[in-house]
Structure formats: structure tokens, C-alpha cells
Design a protein around this ligand. Structure first.
Ligand SMILES: *Cc1c(COP(=O)(O)O)cnc(C)c1O
Length: 379
């Protein structure tokens, strides 16, 4: 390998936390010395700070993103707004964690095609998938790109269909139009939203964490009880619940990082802009920059018919890449026989051509080098 080649890993979580490591250590000390590890001030304050950041009325810190989705759906079942067998429409190209809780709760996932333009649910087609059994639509803001179409979402809502956001990848993003309750921020667009603080996410904890956001006080109360054994107060269990709490250490770490998130998202935007202006290669299609929205670039995903060769080319020049996601959910072994629909073809074609470039730990100079290396790729 020539010595001039950069060595840019796809992701370096040590690097992601280095800029605030002193404050993270202080936060850990604060929690250890407080002797309070669950259900204390750190969690309560983080919930308030996150609700304010996203423009939602209620926030419940929970154990992870998958549990956040499960808690929302289970709460709607407890409230009688969903029941077993009801259909939940979700984009087929999502990460499998969006779909697992739907199946676990006995609901039926209906996989709808993504748009090749923004990789999100194709709003021109989603209404074709609505049946009398449809009770919810899951809006996954994939790769940090808001999944929102005010007209279609309003029509779905008016038909009594619940809108749940899987906002694991787009905290801090803004849609081009207001949501059901006036806020434009992802996490506050629909009836309820799930967030993940998995360490690789734009706002990453130092372990697992998640949150539920909603404007609905009754739903917030049900979720909070469900996440705490189903108890609405001590030794009073109104649901057969779970243990899905966020802990004080993670809440304290997240309180250090939340105020820095806008800056982090702006840095990602700057890198995306460099890629967009500098990558020029007939074998490489850049992702759309959607006007009027604020994307937060959880991933910068290009498409290439020669994806595997492009990936090797970058690797041979010291640049790490990843694929989100190499195998779509419906092709996973656990899903065998569950889905068979021609609309899944678009998702399969995407999975064969997508490539995520490094963005989490890249500086502008490195983004220029990566662009040049891509431009030297001859297919
Ligand atoms: C990360 C992720 C999840 C799951 O979050 P965890 O905190 O890992 O459970 C769900 N959906 C999407 C789209 C994700 O990216």
C-alpha cells in the first residue's frame, strides 16, 4: 500500500467520544457518588432535555431503540387501539429491529417499497398497501433523512391509522413540513416516536439506551408503566409489563452529549456537502440532498452497480466502508416464508448496490481524499 494512502476506518467510537471524554468521566463520577443508579435526577432531567430538543411533550427514557418501538406498540394494544393481527406498514429496506417488535406482539408487518430517491418509504405507493386491517404506519427516518409527506400522512391519520416514527437514525433532523401536532422535528411528527442511543447513532450512549417521545399524555403514562414491570406506582401493576428502563449512567452520558448534537450533525452535513460537490464518477450515484429538509447524515450512502469492486478499491487505499444493509429483513433466515411480494424487488436491488462511506469520524481533508480515491475508480 502506498504511504500516501489515508487510513480512515469506517467508524471509531473511541474517537467519537474523545472530544468530551473529560466531561463523560465527570458525569460517571457524579452518578457513582450519588448512589442512585436508576430512576433518579439524571434520567428525569435527560427526559426533559430531550423532549425539549425534539419538540415533543413527553419523553420516557428506555433500555434501547427496539424496546422503545415495542413499548409504543404494546401500549397501543393495552389501550385497545391495536390488536393482534392488525397490519403495520413499514418500508422493506429498514433495519430488522423496526420489524421484530411488530412480529413479537402478534401484529402483521406489511413491507412497502422504498423510494430510490431518498431511500425512505415511497409515499406515492404507500396508500396502495392500506387494507381494512391497517392500523399503523411506521415511518423510518433511514440514514438520517426525514420520512414525512404531510399530505399522505394527514390522509392516513384521518383514516384512523396511527403513525409511529422509528427515529433511531435521525435525531435532530427536520422535515420539510410540519407534523400532525405542528412540530417539524423528527421524533415529534407523528403519534409516537422511538429513539435509539446505540453507540454508533448520532447521539450515542456508552452502552444501550433509547427513548419514547409523544404528544399524548395517556400513551406516555402507559409506556412509562410498561417499562417498569407494568407498575403505575410502587407495587401496583396495571399491566404485565417489562423491565425496559434507561439507567442513570447512560442518562448522565447522554446529558453531556445532547448539547453537542447540533454541532455534530452540522459537521456531518459539511462532510456530506464535500462528498456531494467532489465525487464525480459515472459508476457512483450520490444520495439526494432533499431541499427543505434538515438531514442529519447518520449514513452517507452511495449506489454503484459495481459496489463490491468499489468497496475493494476503497479498502485497498485504506478507506473503510460498510453496507446498510447487505441482507434485507425479508431475506433473513428467521423471516423465511413470511413475505413474498414483488414490491420487494426494489429493496433487493438496493441491497446489492448500496455502500456507506465513512462520515462519523471524517474531517474535510479526509473527505476530499476519499472523494479523489472514488473518482479514480474505473468500474
Ligand atoms: C439502531 C436501530 C434500531 C434499534 O435500536 P437499538 O437501540 O439498537 O435497539 C431500530 N431501528 C433502526 C432504523 C435502527 O437504526
Amino acid at each position: 500500500m502506498p504511504t500516501s494512502d489515508p487510513h480512515i476506518p469506517f467508524l471509531d467510537l473511541k474517537e467519537s467520544n474523545a472530544f468530551c471524554s473529560g466531561r463523560l468521566i465527570e458525569a460517571a463520577v457524579r452518578v457513582i457518588e450519588s448512589g442512585r443508579f436508576l430512576g433518579g435526577d439524571e434520567t428525569r432531567l435527560f427526559e426533559q432535555e430531550l423532549a425539549r430538543f425534539c419538540g415533543a411533550s413527553h419523553c420516557i427514557g428506555v433500555s434501547n431503540g427496539l424496546d422503545a418501538i415495542r413499548l409504543i406498540l404494546r401500549a397501543w394494544i393495552e389501550e385497545g387501539r391495536l390488536e393482534k393481527g392488525d397490519e403495520v406498514i413499514v418500508a422493506a429496506n429498514t433495519y430488522i429491529a423496526s420489524i421484530l417488535p411488530i412480529i413479537e406482539l402478534g401484529l402483521t408487518p406489511v413491507l412497502a417499497p422504498p423510494s430510490p430517491v431518498d431511500f425512505n418509504l415511497d409515499f406515492s405507493r404507500v396508500e396502495d398497501f392500506v387494507t381494512p386491517a391497517t392500523r399503523a404506519v411506521m415511518l423510518v427516518h433511514l440514514y438520517g433523512n426525514p420520512c414525512w409527506n404531510a399530505d399522505v400522512c394527514r390522509r392516513l391519520h384521518d383514516r384512523g391509522i396511527l403513525l409511529i416514527e422509528d427515529n433511531a437514525q435521525a435525531i435532530g433532523a427536520r422535515a420539510s413540513a410540519p407534523g400532525l401536532y405542528g412540530s417539524q422535528s423528527t421524533g415529534a411528527l407523528g403519534d409516537a416516536a422511538a429513539i435509539s442511543f446505540y453507540p454508533t447513532k448520532n447521539l450515542g450512549a456508552l452502552g444501550d439506551g433509547g427513548a419514547v417521545l409523544t404528544h399524548d399524555p395517556a400513551l406516555a403514562a402507559t409506556v412509562r408503566a410498561l417499562a417498569n414491570y407494568g407498575a403505575d406506582r410502587r407495587y401496583h401493576n396495571i399491566h404485565t409489563g417489562y423491565n425496559n428502563r434507561l439507567d442513570e449512567l447512560q442518562a448522565a452520558f447522554l446529558r453531556v452529549k445532547l448539547p453537542l448534537l447540533d454541532e455534530e450533525n452540522a459537521r456531518r452535513h459539511e462532510i456530506a456537502r464535500i462528498y456531494d460537490s467532489r465525487i464525480r464518477n459515472p459508476f457512483v450515484k450520490r444520495p439526494a440532498i432533499i431541499s427543505g429538509t434538515r438531514q442529519v447524515w447518520h449514513q452517507y450512502v452511495v449506489r454503484s452497480p459495481r459496489r463490491d469492486e468499489l468497496r475493494s478499491h476503497l479498502a485497498s487505499h485504506g478507506v473503510g466502508t460498510d453496507i446498510h444493509y447487505a441482507v434485507p429483513p425479508h431475506l433473513q433466515p428467521c423471516m423465511k416464508g413470511r413475505f413474498a411480494h414483488p414490491s420487494l424487488r426494489i429493496t433487493e436491488q438496493m441491497a446489492d448496490t448500496l455502500l456507506s462511506l465513512p462520515i462519523a469520524n471524517v474531517n474535510p481533508t479526509q473527505a476530499n481524499s476519499i472523494s479523489d480515491i472514488i473518482n479514480e475508480f474505473h468500474g
